[in-house]
Design a binder for this molecule. Structure first.
Ligand code: SF4
Length: 160
């Protein structure tokens, strides 16, 4: 079972969404220069359906998206949690920030509205860097995936 360390409402991880970001531990990716080393160990509280419901409750009507941050040690479990969100919170979008280069082939991508892939490579930078290797995709009505990574760059330019 996956465990979570914390959860926070954020506004920048997924463009145009108010997102409940849930940080999952036991990350197997081991990116050099990782900004979240505390997620490498198998720590935190189990994220079963009841725990997920408890996290969702305060944000009802406000949160438009839930993002699983990590979970690459058990992609089947991320998929199961995504299915739970689809069943219980049909108005809430589902996102997954994976550190892998691509999503495991057995995962049903239709359970997700956004998928971010790519490990953190320090000299290329995070999503906000135009040189980044990471990509954020948004599922389209025809189930194709649009690369929306450049949204992070445009928003950065608007801020400066
Ligand atoms: S995927 Fe994220 S948490 Fe995991 S090692 Fe890479 S940067 Fe760290």
């Amino acid at each position: 079972m996956l465990k979570f360390v914390d959860s926070t409402v954020v506004f920048q991880e997924i463009p145009d969404e108010t997102t409940l970001a849930v940080s999952l531990s036991n990350c197997p990716c081991r990116c050099p220069g990782c900004h979240s080393r505390y997620l490498w160990d198998d720590v935190g509280r189990p994220l079963d359906n009841a725990a997920l419901d408890t996290l969702m409750e305060p944000g009802r009507g406000v949160v438009s998206c839930i993002c699983f941050m990590g979970g690459d040690a058990d992609p089947d479990e991320v998929q199961r949690l995504a299915h739970h969100v689809r069943q219980v919170y049909p108005a809430v979008h589902v996102a997954w920030y994976s550190g892998r280069t691509c999503v495991a082939p057995q995962v049903d991508r239709s359970l997700f509205d956004y998928i971010k892939v790519g490990p953190y490579i320090a000299h290329l930078g995070p999503l906000s860097s135009p040189r980044t290797n990471q990509r954020l995709f948004k599922r389209q009505p025809d189930n194709s995936w649009q690369d929306i990574t450049s949204r992070f760059w445009k928003e950065r330019h608007q801020e400066t």
